[in-house]
Design a protein around this ligand. Sequence first.
Ligand code: ADP
Ligand code: MG
Length: 625
Amino acid sequence: MAKTCAFKAEIRQMLDLVIHSLYSKKEIFLRELISNASDAIDRAKYLALTDKTIAPEAPAWGIRLVTDDKAHTLTIEDNGLGMSAEEMEEALGTIAKSGSKAFAEALKAGKETNIPELIGKFGVGFYAAFMVADGVTVESLRRGEGQVAAKWMSAGDGEYTMDAGSRTEPGTSITLHLREGMEQFTEGWTLKDLVRRYSDFIAYPITLKELGREVKEEEKAKVEEEEKQPLNTMVALWKRAKSEVKPEEYEGFYRQTLHGTGEPLKVLHIAAEGTLEYRALIFIPKQVGMEMMMPGNKHGLSLYVRNVFIGDEIEELLPNWLRFLKGVVDSSDLPLNVSREMLQDDAIIRKIRSDLTNRVLKALAEMVKEKPEDFECFSGALGDFLKEGYHSDWENKEKILELLRFRNLKEGKWTGLKAYKEAMGKEQQAIYMLTADTLEAGQQNPCLEQLKAKGYDVLFLTSPVDQFIAGDLYEYDKTKIVFADKGDLDLGGDAAAQKDELEAAEKELKPLTETIAKQLEKSVKEVRLSARLTDSPCCLVQDPAAMNPAMRRMLEAMGQSVPEEKRILELNPKHPIVKALAAESDEARKADTVELLYGQACLADGTLPPNPANFNRLLNALLAR
Ligand code: ADP
Ligand code: MG
């Protein structure tokens, strides 16, 4: 008995957009339906490992396209797992899957205009059928004992109908009643072309039967033979020799199967042999969405064991910091019935993970040498992941350190420690770094004045992840790493003369430093003179062990309470304002100037003056004068 139901609202909305998108590549519906058929066979094969009733005698797994140019239909058949009536309703009538939900939300947000890319990304492939069909019939018989055939029909207009099905063989057939103008999808050569273009690596034979084709008696045998010939080469991409795979095949796989966006930056086609045997295709993307930085985000590689799909988003195959990678691993050393739970502490998986990590690091090191512009792109978009790796992956710390890039003072360019060191003058004793909110804020920080005067370069740590690694950076290739706003900045040179000069100034300015220290008692822990500055009257610095201000702001923004840590105010004894301040006799005016100077020092490293309203009042009064 047939029953008609309304689609869930989100589906209706999504269907509307999919149908009416003016996208010219409507042909992608085919790769989506074929990939669903292939998924269904994968699942049947997998379940058959533990459940004898799924495939009592192993069938010849396959997918068949059947065209009828008189009826204007195209049918995609498979002998995969099939669906029960409930499963059909669940899979085709509601948005139960997170992917479809995310798709609907992305559409609602209205930012994404590239519908086909979205379809691929979120895997709402089935509905793509409505781009070319104004009626879709799904007939299915679920594998397993006691199943009955079911039928699902819809014109894509907001409703679907469920009815008893007529399939007698387990599997699914999806019949598309093609829209006017879509007749090309009943043409054999069009379909052959599309299969080769989009579905060549599907691991099961895709065959074609043209019902409308007039065949002479004497040609019948030949045509029957033809109908058995698969249109696809079938060998999984990662099983083929590297030299035989075209770049567009990699790209197609990356986008359609792995739901990657854009073009990949680099592909690693791995055929490991020897003690550890496995094959893998690893894609380094050009960029990833923000969600990748979130701790709970799903990621990981797909895993196959001897051609049987085990699962996707297998996190165990990569260290967490490499979660931006996409790809597949195929191992013949694992048992076929491996479960997700078993993967967690499997020795082979651990070995594959460490081998993959090494290969990725090696590929990045090669990219530095051979394709520096690619590596620059990588550093800009994905460098934070490497920094996370530096912080968390003890085994590979040294290799990762070589790959870290920071923007520099001189050109604002992504610079590595090696390049920095090579560009250093003989007299420069240390590598200088500074944490800052942005490159521009860093470049303006008065703490760098002496360094600038000496012509030294400085590397900036500007991303939130940088704040975590700042504490781990103390040496590179036997050269000390010094944070320019921490402790005493010993710049070498004629140290003795500098020290004498500073000591003399200290004596002379002692009353001033004491007055300021008293006035700013609540805010700063010490007031002292320094040689760090050339142009500015003062700046704020920290104890070498203190938490840097950018880290503090970040933790506070995350809602953590951070213990108050006072900083040190350094004065430039040679600066005219400091000199004038020492000579100032009007106590009130002196106090105001001190407050203004302190406020400026705060602003220079990205924090607000303690009392912004008063700071403004004093500044206005000064301007008025
Ligand atoms: P996805 O493939 O990403 O899950 P689709 O929209 O392509 O999303 O398919 C929705 C669901 O419909 C599938 O997850 C599957 O459960 C079911 N399905 C679609 N086609 C088939 C098929 N040929 N055989 C069995 N199940 C299918
Ligand atoms: Mg699909």
